[in-house]
Each structure stands twice: as structure tokens, then as C-alpha cells.
Design a protein around this ligand. Structure first.
Ligand code: TRP
Length: 330
């Protein structure tokens, strides 16, 4: 039996190159090897976008298009929408008895997010829903008894929370859940065009769905330095090194190979033109796939419906066990 993996994303924006190297490539690589579930976490997205549900709605489709365009195969992966599995909400309620408010307030990722989202949680005045999203995320992971959860480092406290809930549940009510483990990617964080972490909120990202013109414009305007040559050294030349990493992603070449290719090149402009070209060559098939799928609304709908139906069946089985264990199987 293949091991079950669950991972997911909040549908709040299009995916970029950082997502690609940080998680999408891995998912494509692992999709045959594992029984993989990918959740479009619309309920979680609403915890900090409850005032703009249309934004979440639009991005459910965009996220699905991003998945399909990079080669995630809905025949082999169960892609589903969180809100279509009400059992997850039900499980969240039962799990919420097993977690203290203090525990949630200590969660470093949630703490940081509350601080970052001052516009919505004024003066740290956080909602019950947002503070509790790690409980809901534990239900995301445990409803299908996932054993492995591929995530970035910032999500480690969520996996820890899920493990603690699983342990507590099993001890109180009997063995139902596995203790899920995080599966950390090996890539260091990809920086954006301005040297900060690549992120939608910094407006420094290259999106998988950017047009060739947009990519070229962004690369030509990217930060460089006042040194000479195209050489990789993250410490002393972070901007150029970062652009070399983009080139690496686009071409699959090693850093040394790239340095050699541009040895003696004194013009950043020449390098940037080559980079924009390489990125566009790399993104072209992804764009084409995206375009083909985008035209087929019916197919997109079918993919989400059938993935969610599959996930719901698993959820119903788990809930039957949960209800029995909790003595509420009336
Ligand atoms: N919190 C994750 C993020 O912001 C998204 C997510 C929701 C998730 N549910 C999940 C990730 C379950 C892994 C497992 O990226």
C-alpha cells in the first residue's frame, strides 16, 4: 500500500516560481509514488479573507490551473476543495476540545501572522477562527489519516499541533489517527526580484502565469549590484546569485556551468536578456497547458467534483470511526 500524503495551499493568489521550486516540483515527482491528496484550503483562506470571499472564490480556479499546468495529474492525485468536505469542519469542533487557547497563542507561525496582518486583526485583536486555524489544519491532515505532510519550514508548528491532537485523541478515545510527519523540501527559500523573500505581498514575484512580456520586463528591472561579472555568492552578491538561481531553475544547469557560460561577460543586460529568454522557454509549456485547461471550464469542474467526492468518502469513513470512539455514534 502506498503511503498517504496530504498537502495544500490557501487559494489567495496565483503561484509563483518560489512555489514551483519549493513545493510543486516535489509534488509532481512524488505523485506516482504516494497516495497523494492536495487540498485547496478555501476555508482556511477565509480565516483572514472573510471580508473578500470573491477573492478566495476566484483563486480556487487559479490554483487548480496552476496545479494542472505544472503537471499535477488529477488521475493520480486527489485534488479537492476543503469546504466541500464538511466532515473537516466537524472534526475541527471535536479536536478543539483537545487544544488550549494558550497553546494556540504560543504557535510561532500564527503569532507572526497576527502581527503581519494588523490591517485585519487590529492591535493584535485576533478572531477565534484565525487563532484556531491550526486545529482546523490538523483536521485537514487527519481526516484522511495522512502519514506525511510536505510543507515549508513555517508550517512545522502546524504539523506538531496535528501530532499532539492525534496523540491526545488516541489516548482519550482509542487508536484512530496516525501521527503525521512533516516532509521538508530541500530547497532554500527563493528570493524575489528585490532580494526579499518571493511573495505576492512584496510584489516581487515571477508568476507561473505571467506573460512573456511581463517576465522580460520584471527581469530587466531586477536589482543587480555594482560589482562586475556573473558570479554566484549568496553572501556578497545576493542579487546576482538570485538571478543565477532563476537561470538554474529555467535551464536545469549547475551554477558552475552558468558561471562558465557567462565568464567575461560584463553586461548585466546581456545576462538578463538571456535569463528572460530562458525563463520564457521554461514557462511556455506551462502557459500553454494553463491556457488549454482554462478554456475547459467543464473539465475543471469535473476534476474538483470527482476529487472532492473521493476525499469525502474517506472523510465519512474516518468520521464513523471518530463517532464510535467518542461514543456519539447514535
Ligand atoms: N497553511 C498552509 C499554508 O499556508 C495551507 C494548508 C492548509 C495546508 N491546510 C493544509 C498545508 C494541510 C498542509 C496540510 O501554506
Amino acid at each position: 500500500m502506498k503511503k498517504r500524503i496530504l498537502t495544500g495551499d490557501r487559494p489567495t493568489g496565483k503561484l509563483h516560481l518560489g512555489h514551483y521550486v519549493g513545493s510543486l516540483v516535489n509534488r509532481v515527482r512524488l505523485q506516482g509514488e504516494y497516495d497523494m491528496y492536495i487540498m485547496i484550503a478555501d476555508v482556511q483562506a477565509l480565516t483572514d479573507n472573510f471580508e473578500t470571499p470573491e477573492k478566495v472564490r476566484i483563486n480556487v480556479k487559479e490554483l487548480l490551473l496552476d496545479y494542472l499546468s505544472v503537471g499535477i495529474d488529477p488521475e493520480r492525485v486527489t485534488i479537492f476543495v476543503q469546504s466541500l468536505i464538511p466532515e473537516i469542519a466537524e472534526l475541527t469542533v471535536f479536536f478543539s476540545n483537545l487544544v488550549t487557547v494558550a497553546q494556540l497563542q504560543r504557535n510561532p507561525t500564527v503569532k507572526q501572522e497576527i502581527a503581519d496582518k494588523g490591517h485585519i486583526f487590529k492591535n493584535g485583536n485576533v478572531t477565534f477562527g484565525f487563532l484556531g486555524y491550526p486545529v482546523s489544519q490538523s483536521a485537514d491532515i487527519l481526516f484522511c489519516k495522512a502519514e506525511l505532510v510536505p510543507v515549508g519550514e513555517d508550517q512545522l508548528p502546524m504539523i506538531e499541533q496535528a501530532r499532539e491532537i492525534a496523540k491526545r485523541f488516541n489516548r482519550l478515545y482509542g487508536e484512530v489517527f496516525p501521527e503525521p510527519e512533516a516532509m521538508l523540501g530541500d530547497v532554500s527559500r527563493l528570493m524575489g526580484l528585490d532580494g526579499r523573500k518571493m511573495s505576492k505581498s512584496f510584489n516581487n514575484a515571477i508568476y507561473l502565469s505571467d506573460s512573456a512580456e511581463e517576465v522580460t520586463k520584471k527581469i530587466m528591472a531586477a536589482k543587480t549590484d555594482d560589482k562586475e561579472g556573473i558570479t554566484f555568492d549568496m553572501k556578497t552578491r545576493p542579487e546576482i546569485s538570485n538571478l543565477i538561481r532563476y537561470y538554474q531553475i529555467a535551464t536545469g544547469k549547475e551554477v558552475e556551468e552558468i558561471e562558465k557560460e557567462f565568464a567575461g561577460e560584463t553586461s548585466f543586460k546581456v545576462f538578463k536578456e538571456a535569463l528572460a529568454d530562458a525563463l520564457n522557454k521554461f514557462l511556455d509549456p506551462i502557459r500553454q497547458k494553463r491556457e488549454t485547461f482554462a478554456k475547459n471550464e467543464g473539465l475543471l469542474d469535473k476534476i474538483l467534483r470527482s476529487g472532492s467526492a473521493r476525499a469525502k468518502e474517506v472523510a465519512e469513513d474516518t468520521m464513523a470511526e471518530v463517532r464510535k470512539a467518542m461514543k456519539i455514534d447514535y
